[in-house]
Design a protein. Sequence first.
Length: 265
Amino acid sequence: MRLNAFWLKIIAVFGMITNHTVIALWEVLPWWLAAPMYALGGLTFPIMAFFVVEGYRNTSNLTKYIMRLAVFGIIAAFFHPLVFGMIIFNILFTIIVGLLCLVMYDKMQSRPLFWVLFCLIVIGTAMFDWGIYGVVIILLMHIIRNEKTRRTLPLIIIGLFMLSSSLMMVLSMWALNQTPDGFFVEILAKFGLNDMEYLWVTSTFGIGILVAAFLLKNFNGERGHRAKWLFYIIYPLHLAIIGGIAFALGLIDLSVFNIFGIIGL
């Protein structure tokens, strides 16, 4: 199976939509349907990260590329809380930071200084969409020389790590949930960790990342249909639509938009 860039991007968009649907509509979806839908979300960022690196290498105007990401990232930020229930830096901002790291890697003469700064940046992106993994994947896909290795190795490592750590957490929470009512049960409930079905569903995310490695391995290097604006437009649009559905079903707590209340003013 050989895939061109257009179809890989279509797959990435489909995975994003299904994953975000689960997050927004979890309360009305059966777990057996939610599990594969959530797993598909693991496909999206790895595929987009690969094409971000390709875009960085081939763009004639990096500043314009970053500005375009920033504009759509800001637009998407208005709808992001409707799906995720919180205000964080969305994936387009993660991509921007990743691109800046690529510039630093290529321009900085001191490699030790770069790695120190990169580690600080990774820590700083912990509250971004895709957390600390996002910029790491982008950088690895840039600095690994072998073509097939750079498409697959970072995703295999991170996918296996996320899958194994998620399963360990699920099993640990399951064991703690077996204790009599008391301290542990109250703590788990406070953080939503007593919902074992949700924990099982979210543990499938690493599977999607591993599948993404397989798909990128089979990228044929061809562009296919032009889809320059596909992700830019669909990203905020699908958040608005899914968030609107969740709002209509009464699943949205609009207090998430009360920024002043969140920061205690």
